[in-house]
Design a binder for this molecule. Structure first.
Ligand code: DC
Length: 219
């Protein structure tokens, strides 16, 4: 029997960092669904495809091959790990991910990626839509100011220039759009466990979640 751990929450809640570490510690396959939406947005930007250009978006989706190898992301065999993290791609991914048929395709790919495997999948709709029957559902959250601070720190590490005020503004805008969109808005599943990471260290968050997973595995 395979195990599915769903980790949802807004940008900067700590999802990415803790999910990767837990995947290693618990030997689960790490699936970053945000990276998949980012790939579509990157391809659209590169090919000058607008949000209204339904036919071209459908063509992109038909030809798309996304491979997630650890934290490296390959789009049609090209390593795009860095390119998908720019501010431009981040901001464009939000409206792209609000398109219903884009989501349908991504959900289909995500379910296929997890088939028969023990996975930990992070995103916005994993516990609500992709795997409503996930074995473990966690909803990570943190105050917007703290999330912006973390994003600045992360960007600095990756050599990406960033500005706190602008990032905070982008985060709030993106949250609002992700939470109010018609198709699969970001929200905590009723049966998800809420973990507020504002004043927790990464290690504390990891311990908390690993405890939850281990208790579940004992059942
Ligand atoms: O987690 P992230 O910042 O890499 O996500 C990028 C964008 O993709 C963000 O605007 C929300 C969207 N997204 C989504 O709608 N559903 C998911 N399962 C994952 C990400």
């Amino acid at each position: 029997m395979s195990l599915v751990v769903a980790i949802d929450g807004p940008a900067g809640s700590g999802k990415g960092t803790v999910t990767k570490i837990i995947a290693n510690k618990k030997n689960l396959q790490y699936i970053d669904t945000g990276a998949m939406y980012r790939c579509i947005a990157l391809k659209m930007l590169e090919e000058n495809v607008g949000l209204e250009d339904t036919e071209k978006i459908r063509n992109i989706l038909n030809d798309i091959e996304i491979d997630l190898e650890g934290s490296n992301v390959f789009l049609n065999n090209r390593d795009v790990t860095k390119q998908i993290r720019t501010v431009e791609v981040s901001n464009f991914t939000s409206p792209v991910s609000a398109i219903g048929f884009v989501r349908e395709k991504m959900v289909e790919l995500q379910r296929a990626l997890a088939k028969g495997k023990d996975v930990i999948m992070e995103g916005r709709d994993i516990g609500t839509i992709v795997f409503p029957n996930a074995d473990v559902k966690i909803y990570l959250d943190a105050k917007p100011e703290e999330r912006a601070r973390r994003r600045v720190e992360q960007n600095e590490k990756n050599g990406i220039a960033s500005n706190y005020e602008q990032i905070l503004k982008d985060i709030i805008e993106r949250d609002t759009r992700d939470m109010t969109r018609e198709n699969s808005p970001l929200k905590k599943a009723d049966d998800a466990i809420l973990v507020d990471t504002t004043s927790l260290t990464i290690d504390e968050v990891i311990d908390k979640i690993i405890n939850i997973i281990e208790n579940k595995m004992k059942e």
